[in-house]
Ligand binder design. Structure first.
Ligand code: FNR
Length: 395
């Protein structure tokens, strides 16, 4: 289809599936094991039914399943003069034209020869922030050089077993003006993405692996496994003080999946967490970020008296975000911003730079309309009372 026929971020996926090379489609679209979490990420923004076993203390006869319906519906306000609406915001102290950032996704050149540079340039044109991945196809410096001088960039870090390599990468990133470090903590070992593993990774094409590939490659098991053997499964909370000692950049943990770890990060003085399951590519049956957000917000209030959003510790969500309404739900529940991954890959793989422009234009249009319909003129006016996220007990 022509770009003018693309109406939503979902449409890019349908096109990409048809036009992308098989290997690229397999790597971008794949998720772990039976891909249950991948499906859940998207479904969690919608209505769904969840089965929970009844506690035997209250139901001695049978382990009868109990059904819960998690729903997030809007409670809009009316008659508020929404002629002007403004969905720009501040992420870790930096302006963004919308509460969305481009999250880190590896191997950008599998889908298009310009790889991550498509994202860097689009981020500049649209005033949003890109998180550069450790495993970019383009080199880190190539990406930073393609950015405008004042463009805000974040960096996603996979921690090497050889900490001197990690130290060099982090300090180089800071020296080049990177504004925050997102340390990925949900990938001590790469998940089994069978769609990807069935494709042998032939790294003869040098465009596919960046200089950031930091270890031996086993090419028999897909792209992801071929490039990730350097990642240190020994990473622990005790390492975080070391990160503080080597950089002044804000530190955010990417891939936190329960309130206990979010609170630990907060208590240790980190700058934020991304509630994420890596786009369903790591632990299958991990919960969606939006569901974890509900839990984190409740527990921070209970245990520390914190009411999100706060500036000193920002909470982000990613996974399955496809509509401005998904973003608005996360904002209402306390998130500062959300990350979007695959839709941008599908957009540029199918249509090049124009594809991402279109994707971002769609999001801007959706923000304008939905904020008007919700009665919020600014991001700050998207308040918890505007969503109903109650768990409805139906059986
Ligand atoms: C990822 N993601 C990811 N995360 C990370 O910390 N380091 C990485 O190298 C990658 N690489 C990567 C490649 C591809 C192809 C995908 C799809 C994802 C995870 C990513 O940052 C994010 O958590 C999810 O992509 C969000 O889900 P959606 O928006 O893709 O549904």
């Amino acid at each position: 289809p022509r770009l003018s026929e693309i109406l939503s971020l979902h449409d890019f996926e349908a096109v990409a599936r048809r036009v992308m090379p098989e290997k690229a489609w397999a790597y971008y679209s794949s998720a772990a094991d039976d891909e249950i979490t991948h499906r859940e990420n998207h479904a969690a923004f919608h209505r769904y039914v969840r089965v929970v076993k009844l506690d035997v203390r209250y139901c001695s006869k049978l382990h009868r399943p109990q059904l819960f319906l998690l729903r997030i519906w809007f409670r809009p306000r009316v008659l508020r003069d929404v002629t002007k609406v403004d969905w720009s915001t501040t992420i870790l102290g930096h302006r963004s034209s919308m509460p969305v950032y481009i999250t880190a996704t590896a191997l950008g050149k599998l889908g298009h020869p310009d790889g991550e540079l498509n994202l860097t340039r689009a981020a500049a044109r649209h005033g949003i922030i890109q998180m550069i991945p450790t495993l970019a196809s383009c080199s880190f410096d190539e990406i930073v050089n393609a950015a405008r001088p004042d463009q805000v960039l974040f960096f996603q870090l996979y921690v090497n077993k050889d900490r001197s390599i990690t130290k060099r990468i982090v300090q180089h990133a800071e020296a080049r003006g990177i504004k925050a470090l997102f340390i990925t903590v949900d990938a001590p070992q790469l998940g089994r993405r069978e769609k990807d593993m069935r494709q042998r990774f032939e790294a003869e094409d040098p465009s596919e692996v960046s200089k950031a590939g930091q270890g031996n490659t086993d090419r028999s098991q897909g792209a992801a496994r071929a490039i990730s053997s350097f990642i240190d499964p020994g990473l622990s909370w005790a390492d975080l003080d070391w990160f503080r000692s080597i950089t002044k950049m804000p530190l955010v943990l990417k891939g936190v999946q329960c309130w206990e770890d979010a609170l630990e990060a907060y208590d240790r003085g980190l700058d934020g967490v991304v509630l994420s399951n890596h786009g369903g590519r790591q632990l299958d049956f991990a919960r969606s970020g939006i569901e974890v957000l509900v839990e984190v917000v409740a527990k921070f209030k209970e245990k520390r008296g914190v009411n999100f959003p706060i500036d000193t510790f920002q909470v982000f969500v990613d996974g399955g975000v496809r509509r401005a309404t998904d973003v608005i739900k996360a904002i209402a529940l306390g998130a500062t911003a959300v990350g979007i991954g695959r839709p941008f890959l599908y957009a540029y793989s199918s249509y090049g730079a124009e594809g991402i422009d279109k994707a971002l234009q769609i999001l801007h249009d959706e923000f304008e309309m939905n904020m008007r319909l919700l009665g919020s003129r600014t991001i700050r006016e998207i308040v918890p009372e505007m969503v109903d996220a109650s768990n409805i007990h139906i059986h």
